[in-house]
Design a protein around this ligand. Structure first.
Ligand SMILES: [Zn+2]
Length: 169
């Protein structure tokens, strides 16, 4: 099923929906077509490009604190695909305070890490393992993270998701 990125009236990314639904928004003049995809939607009377990106005509208020799904893809993107202990290419998700020590599976306790730091750390805290975190992990606040966490990002969308080097890594 093809998907479309929905932008708020302010061009902030809001969500990803089925392209057919995005097309309905455009035809109902509730959204404008920003980027067509290369596919077309055919009906009896018209042939219209399937949207890749649409923008809502009216601003939609979103709660300030949006829950962003915590998954490997999103954590890697947040951390720029770099080990947060040594800067090498990340391959694992590390729980800063190990789960076996009561650490939680939450944004503020997970970081991307390389295999060797992850192995070196084992069931210890960074301090015990002689490792230093390069950044303080936190939950991403921007809606773009919800989009990133939700699945693959199409090339047309990238410019609306912020100039994040994390996306291309
Ligand atoms: Zn490392």
């Amino acid at each position: 099923m093809s998907r479309s990125l929905v932008l708020n009236a302010t061009y902030e990314p809001l969500s990803v929906v089925a392209s057919r639904r995005a097309l309905v928004l455009v035809l109902a003049e509730r959204a404008e077509l920003v980027h067509p995809s290369e596919r077309y939607f055919h009906s009896e009377r018209v042939t219209v490009p399937e949207p890749s990106v649409v923008r809502l005509c009216r601003y939609v208020k979103v709660p300030y604190q949006t829950r962003v799904a915590l998954n490997r893809r999103a954590v890697f993107a947040r951390d720029g695909h770099r080990c947060q202990y040594c800067g090498a290419t990340a391959e694992n998700i590390d729980h800063v305070v190990p789960k076996s020590r009561g650490g939680t599976h939450t944004w503020d306790n997970v970081v991307a890490s390389c295999r060797s730091c992850n192995a070196r750390k084992e069931d210890r805290t960074p301090h015990e393992a002689g490792l230093v975190l390069r950044s303080h992990p936190a939950q991403p606040r921007n809606r773009m993270w919800a989009v990133i966490a939700g699945g693959s990002v199409l090339p047309d969308w990238e410019q609306y998701l912020g100039a994040s080097p994390a996306l291309s890594a």
